[in-house]
Design a protein around this ligand. Structure first.
Ligand SMILES: Cc1cc2nc3c(=O)[nH]c(=O)nc-3n(C[C@H](O)[C@H](O)[C@H](O)COP(=O)(O)OP(=O)(O)OC[C@H]3O[C@@H](n4cnc5c(N)ncnc54)[C@H](O)[C@@H]3O)c2cc1C
Length: 314
């Protein structure tokens, strides 16, 4: 897409922290992704609204990200503005048993503040490499708990309006919420937690972390499980049954430790990840008659990426 000359320079000058032509591989945990036009790291809600309004007015594509731990970004990048909510937008405050977090706060930070106040329920969140906004969007979870169990309200903006979403409005589903299907950027999240003994909170967190360390390739670059559960069974179970652990396309490899994870052994590309996912999907269909659905979110606006995705049936 050809943008008006200097259009994004104007936006950049009005914001505190931006990075033009930034490689998104630096902002995804799998370490893959070409450049975006402009990366915006907002400090305030006003900056988020200003960015969205500017993009709308100038016909510039925009998207929202957190820690990039569930993303596979195209090698050709994203031809637009990426609004990344992270450390600059990560205040956390507690009122009684309610904890309010800005969307860029990490799961670990939310857990730490909750623990200081003797509030339990977010131990699972501390073991995910997630921001609060990303975790709400994906209804992330593990060990029998997910965001829908602890989130009470969400505030989000589409630039023009700031809307309060109660639990029903968020339409939480398995690794899904309304925010996967709309343009709203989550800004604040309210958690309702339980008064809990601090030792119990600490113990629960340690148990989950120990299990994750023992069963997941946390020392390697990845985007977590690439496919959702199917018929209540983890995709890793089926992939393991096919004997595909360790199988590679280039530097993209099905983890030897957990067959649901695709890891980047150094120079993996999005094309290789998608090819590998295509092979897994085809083999699962042939052998078990099941259709695996991606859990990772694809981000990219180039024709190349789209063509490749379609070729492999996503
Ligand atoms: C080692 C590893 C282990 C993992 N284990 C688990 C697990 O056990 N359970 C699990 O569920 N997931 C797991 N994941 C996946 C991932 O951590 C979660 O999906 C997480 O919630 C993504 O959060 P994020 O901030 O990284 O979001 P991103 O990856 O940046 O974005 C994910 C989605 O959220 C949207 N989004 C991000 N921020 C906002 C916002 N402010 N407003 C609106 N939309 C937004 C994005 O547009 C995108 O659609 C794992 C990943 C890794 C790398």
């Amino acid at each position: 897409m050809v943008y008006k000359v200097d259009c994004l320079n104007i936006l950049s000058k009005e914001l505190i922290c931006t990075k033009p032509n930034e490689y998104l591989s630096k902002h995804t945990t799998i370490g893959i992704g070409g450049k975006c036009r402009l990366l915006v790291l907002p400090h305030t809600q006003k900056e988020i609204c200003k960015t969205i309004d500017f993009c709308r007015l100038n016909d510039v594509l925009y998207t929202k990200t957190g820690n990039g731990s569930n993303l596979v970004v195209a090698d050709d990048g994203f031809d637009g503005v990426v609004i990344k909510l992270g450390k600059n937008f990560s205040h956390v405050v507690v009122q009684g048993a309610s904890l309010f977090a800005q969307a860029g706060a990490s799961g670990k930070k939310v857990f730490n503040v909750a623990k200081q106040h003797g509030l339990g329920g977010v131990e699972f969140l501390a073991t995910l490499p997630a921001t609060v906004g990303g975790a709400v969007c994906s209804n992330a979870g593990c060990f029998g708990k997910s965001m829908q169990d602890v989130v009470q309200k969400v505030w989000a903006t589409d630039g023009m309006t700031m809307k309060e979403f109660c639990k029903q409005d968020i339409a939480f589903g398995y690794r899904d919420s309304i925010f996967k299907h709309n343009d709203f950027v989550i800004t604040w999240v309210q958690f309702d937690l339980q008064k809990t003994d601090v030792c119990r909170i600490e113990k629960r967190w340690r148990e989950i972390l120990a299990y994750k360390k023992a069963t997941q390739p946390l020392d390697k670059k990845s985007a977590g499980c690439v496919f959702k559960k199917c018929n209540g069974v983890s995709a890793g179970y089926y992939i393991d049954k096919l004997g595909l652990k360790g199988f590679c396309v280039g530097d993209a490899q099905i983890s030897c430790k957990h067959a649901g994870f695709v890891v980047n052994n150094g120079g993996a590309t999005s094309k290789q990840v998608i090819q590998l996912m295509g092979i897994i999907r085809q083999r699962c269909k042939q052998t078990f008659g099941i259709t695996l659905e991606p859990e990772v979110v694809f981000l990219g606006s180039t024709d190349d990426f789209r063509r490749l995705s379609y070729t492999h049936g996503f």
